[in-house]
Design a protein around this ligand. Structure first.
Ligand code: 13P
Ligand code: SF4
Length: 311
């Protein structure tokens, strides 16, 4: 393994490549990356990097987003099969039809969408800025929100904005909703519960805690929001409701604390497709390039830039 890591380090310098990794990546990839973060942080890094090559250790829509905002860079993903079940719940044709049915609405798309869907959208959001972006949309505008129904409900609850919400979900986060939340709270009475808004349990948690912001030990956050919360919290036990890959990073930032996954089965097989071997192959052979055609990229850039200018 050390030989592989040495080779990767040599190649990344030779080729002026930056390695970006999502919080759900396997520990070996996180430890090697130049930057580890959530969807928003990763797109901000992609926008400002001076590297010639961006190696995206994440899933396909994230690499596409990097290609859209940094069209002059070579964006690589080590495995082209690394997709996203949530992004697959809506395509551009379905969105066009939905828009036809709601002609005077603005379209707010979660970043977990294809470039073609972004090209049909007015605003892009991530889990860490969705509330802020929706609050920035003029009050009189009606909103189509897609594709995640749990994130949509969360944003609508916090902002008080009525929205039409697409019926999509992530297969990993939706299933976390099957876990008995009350049992988990009894099992860990001193723990803080940190919940990703894509989770099936996030809506019931909002209701149980009389809207999440009134509740002292249940918090709804993006993956990076969880990291920041843990760093600043006085608590020493945390129950984490999202993909389990984030536990590695949480344990690194606060080794003295105990972290429990709400569901050990919350594993995104797409995020686990990137291995050190594939990363090495990607760097060495400059594979697999993700390049969004300029005609689509031009349209998709607008909602992403709107988002980046609001946060
Ligand atoms: P974050 O933006 O919170 O990292 O979420 C991305 C994602 O795909 C969650 O499943
Ligand atoms: Fe997509 Fe869900 Fe995997 Fe995130 S955890 S990348 S939303 S399938």
């Amino acid at each position: 393994m050390n030989d592989l890591i040495n080779e990767i380090n040599k190649l990344r310098k030779e080729k002026n490549a930056v390695i970006l990794a999502h919080n759900y990546q396997i520990p070996e990839i996180q430890d090697l990356a130049d930057f580890v973060g959530d969807s928003l942080g990763l797109s901000q890094q992609a926008a400002k990097t001076n590297a010639d090559i961006i190696i995206f250790c994440g899933v396909h829509f994230m690499a596409e987003t990097a290609s859209i905002i940094s069209p002059d860079k070579k964006v690589l993903i080590p495995d082209l099969q690394a997709g996203c079940s949530l992004a697959s719940t809506i395509n551009a044709e379905q969105l066009r039809k939905w828009k036809e049915e709601h002609p005077d609405y603005v379209v707010v798309s979660y970043v977990n969408t294809t470039a073609e869907v972004k090209a049909e959208s007015d605003y892009c959001v991530t889990s860490s800025n969705a509330v802020k972006v929706v609050q920035a949309i003029p009050e009189e505008k009606k909103i189509l929100f897609l594709p995640d129904k749990f994130l949509g409900l969360y944003v609508s609850t916090v902002t008080g904005r009525k929205m039409e919400i697409w019926n999509g979900a992530c297969h990993v986060h939706e299933k976390i909703g099957d876990v008995n939340f009350d049992d988990a709270r009894k099992e860990h009475p001193n723990a803080e519960f940190l919940i990703h808004p894509e989770c099936g349990c996030s809506s019931s948690c909002m209701l149980k805690s009389q809207l999440y912001f009134d509740c002292k030990n249940i918090h709804i956050y993006s993956t990076e929001g969880m990291i920041k919360h843990v760093i600043n919290s006085k608590a020493n036990e945390f129950v984490i409701a999202t993909e389990v890959g984030i536990l590695h990073r949480l344990r690194k930032v606060k080794p003295e604390s105990i972290f429990y996954p709400l569901s050990e089965n919350a594993v995104c097989e797409y995020m686990k497709m990137i291995t050190l071997e594939k990363l090495y192959n990607s760097l060495r052979n400059e594979l697999y390039e993700v390049k969004v055609p300029e005609e689509i990229a031009q349209k998709a850039r607008l909602p992403i830039e709107r988002m980046l200018s609001i946060v």
